[in-house]
Write a protein that binds this ligand. Structure first.
Ligand code: ZN
Length: 112
């Protein structure tokens, strides 16, 4: 899962460097408002915790597909068709990413 917010001046996405899995945890890490530095136009902006959005990390899913294919090939040699169960690896990773993203995005911090 990646965290990002949108730059107000150039409308580009700004990546948030954090591994917080939920919004309250991100708030504990960064505070209710924190500064972000746009990599594109260099502007420093103050963002509210609710302006942060999560998106699935496609890299993890791609790695999962790679592992899934590899494990399938190895298992195929030993067990034949049963080896194809490992195609579930990228599917499970994808589901995990989607649900983590949904949890993060649907939980809003109450604004004071
Ligand atoms: Zn910008």
């Amino acid at each position: 899962m990646n965290l990002y917010t949108r730059c107000n001046s150039c409308k580009k996405d700004i990546r948030i460097k954090s591994s917080a899995p939920t919004r309250p945890e991100l708030q504990m890490e960064k505070g209710e408002e924190f500064q972000v530095n746009c990599q594109n136009c260099g502007k420093i902006e103050k963002k509210h915790i609710n302006d942060i959005k999560a998106e699935p990390n496609n890299k993890i899913i791609l790695v999962g597909i790679g592992i899934g294919v590899l494990v399938t090939i190895i298992l195929w040699n030993y067990f034949g068709a049963i080896g194809t169960v490992s195609v579930a690896i990228p599917i499970l990773l994808w589901q995990q990413q989607m649900s983590a993203t949904k949890t993060f995005n649907s939980y809003m911090i109450r604004r004071k």
